[in-house]
Design a protein around this ligand. Structure first.
Ligand code: AMP
Length: 221
């Protein structure tokens, strides 16, 4: 089973994808994480894409398609994609790529969240500098103020692209570039929508139901 999670920045794709990885062993492929790792390691690709990412723009399709191809070849198991595709050209390339690997996209799930809520979530987002665990200043603070729950680190950083102006341009790009993908997957009858305004657990339950995992989990609890 291969799943694509769609949604604006801040919709919770990463959080839900990590849950699908932990609970159901789908391999989480986040193109944003892959690019940030290139930047962190100072690779030529990282240097090339850094300013585009900091400004909230989209990295070129050529680069992204090469990156996702390498990631899918490395992970032959079922995957959950987070952050790819982001436009119709990428969606079509993904179809072709999966087909060439004898695989397919089975479920595309849109996590729907209102714009004001996205801004609230993104503008308060911070992460531990050491282990990169994500928090939110008011919605999901650390248990002990200023101390990471996971590694006890005490330094926190914000993504450069989480500043209010950049958030607005990322949201505009989402409506212009990513929204048209919905029609592409709707025509294939594999598009599902979930209410992303709910608490994290509520969103997970909707996704589990779509993927047919709900009864499995109920039995194991
Ligand atoms: P994310 O962590 O998914 O919000 O991605 C962070 C940034 O990485 C985006 O704002 C883009 O600059 C870049 N990026 C991630 N995935 C893609 C993609 N599929 N196409 C183009 N740019 C991308």
């Amino acid at each position: 089973m291969n799943v694509v999670l769609l949604g604006a920045p801040g919709a919770g794709k990463g959080t839900q994808a990590r849950r699908l990885q932990d609970r159901y062993h789908l391999a989480h492929v986040s193109t944003g994480d892959l690019l940030r790792s290139e930047i962190g390691r100072g690779t030529p690709l990282g240097l090339e894409v850094q300013s585009t990412i900091d400004e909230g723009g989209l990295v070129s399709d050529d680069i992204m398609i090469r990156l996702i191809e390498a990631a899918l070849k490395e992970k032959p198991a079922p995957v959950v994609l987070d952050g790819f595709p982001r436009n119709v050209a990428q969606a079509k390339s993904l179809d072709a790529l999966f087909m060439s690997l004898g695989r397919q996209v089975d479920h595309v799930i849109l996590i729907d969240v209102e714009a004001e809520e996205l801004i609230r979530r993104l503008s308060g987002r911070i992460m531990c500098k050491k282990c990169l665990t994500g928090y939110h200043m008011t919605l999901k603070p650390t248990k002990v103020p200023g101390v990471c729950d996971v590694c006890q680190g005490t330094e926190f950083v914000r993504r450069k692209d989480d500043s209010v102006d950049t958030i607005r341009s990322r949201l505009a790009i989402f409506s212009q570039e990513t929204n048209p993908i919905l029609a592409h997957y709707d025509a294939k009858n594999i598009l599902y929508r979930v209410n992303g305004m709910l608490e994290i657990d509520g969103v997970t339950k909707q996704i589990e139901r779509i993927l047919g995992f709900a009864s499995e989990r109920t039995r194991s609890v």
